[in-house]
Design a binder for this molecule. Structure first.
Ligand code: ADP
Ligand code: NA
Length: 309
């Protein structure tokens, strides 16, 4: 029997990045560095991360008929995730217009494009893939109506949903029982639960907020401070991040989530425990922050295993 598939339904964006000395004020024009075009989007990044961790991975989503659509599909496929179920929709692809200042801060304008049109066709694609799926990964860069449909379909088929509520939005209590594992960073945790994860007690309270709503496992990522895990069975652990000099933390969370899903639900290793998946995800995410870009910075399994040993 072949391994279960990791199905990622979500956004596919071109990140257009320019560096500026200072951000322009309203009405002002500033010069930026030569634009760089880097494939991104949380959905696509997570699909690449799962595929690079060794899982059989399929992407569901949409790109536009502009020049970027084909490039974006090619980039995902080149990193090992299948794109046969991605729709090509008349109009613009998803774009993230990113400016980075000299101090390393960024400003991002997200233009949904085709991501905003994910609907019925993609939900039918999900139905076709669920029979072989080990897990479904979702984020918040496609319409909420599509996300809830994906959750309902996966949950009805008893396929675990791993949900990354990013960018953060209010969570309807009715959908919490449809989610197996929620993975979110500190900002998202505070935006959704109102609890700022500052110490072990607040991390536990935030996790409890989700668990009491019917979610089975909670992973709170803490940037350079690692991550926290708690589940409905009472398991809890804290992992430290690797200490290294970050170059670009773009897609650290996406790398972590895709890698976690691959090890936990992709049928690729003997030890598919949450702890083993967290260890691999922590190493993969660490390597991703040592390189520029989103998808381009996601490490291959061989490099992660070498780094861990
Ligand atoms: P997001 O990118 O979603 O904001 P985080 O910043 O919490 O997510 O990062 C996700 C994971 O990536 C962390 O749990 C950690 O394992 C790893 N990570 C992030 N930043 C660093 C860093 N500076 N050094 C080492 N590991 C990091
Ligand atoms: Na990076």
């Amino acid at each position: 029997m072949s391994n279960p598939t990791i199905v990622v339904a979500g956004s596919i964006n071109m990140d257009v990045v320019s560096r500026v000395d200072q951000f322009p004020r309203p009405g002002e024009t500033v010069h930026g560095s030569e634009a760089q075009y880097m494939p991104g989007g949380k959905g696509a990044n997570q699909a690449v991360a799962a595929a690079q961790a060794g899982a059989s991975t399929r992407m569901i989503g949409a790109v536009g008929t502009d020049g970027f659509g084909g490039q974006l599909l090619g980039a995902i496929e080149a990193r090992g995730a299948a794109v046969a179920e991605v729709s090509v929709i008349e109009g613009a692809s998803g774009l993230a217009l990113i400016t980075v200042s000299e101090t390393g801060e960024n400003q991002i304008v997200l233009c949904a494009g085709a991501n905003g049109k994910v609907a019925g066709t993609e939900i039918e694609a999900m139905e076709r893939l669920l029979g072989e799926a080990g897990a479904v990964l979702l984020q918040n860069e496609i319409p909420w109506s599509a996300n809830t449909s994906f959750m309902r379909k996966a949950s009805a088929a008893a396929v675990p949903v791993i949900y990354n509520p990013a960018p953060a939005a209010k969570l309807d209590a009715a959908i919490l029982p449809l989610i197996d594992t929620i993975v979110l960073n500190e900002t998202e945790t505070e935006a959704i639960t109102g609890i700022a994860p500052e110490d072990d007690a607040s991390l536990r309270s935030a996790a409890e907020w989700f668990l009491s709503g019917g979610i089975r496992a909670v992973i709170i990522t803490l940037g350079a401070d690692g991550c926290f895990y708690q589940d409905a069975g009472g398991e809890s652990c804290r992992l430290q991040a690797y200490r290294l000099q970050p170059v670009d933390t773009t897609a650290a969370g996406d790398t972590f989530i895709g890698a976690y899903a691959a090890v936990r639900y992709g049928g690729i290793t003997a030890d598919a425990s949450p702890q083993a998946a967290l260890r691999y995800a922590t190493a993969a995410a660490a390597l991703s922050v040592t390189k520029l870009g989103a998808q381009a910075s996601i490490p291959a399994m061989a490099d992660v295993l070498a780094f861990m040993s």
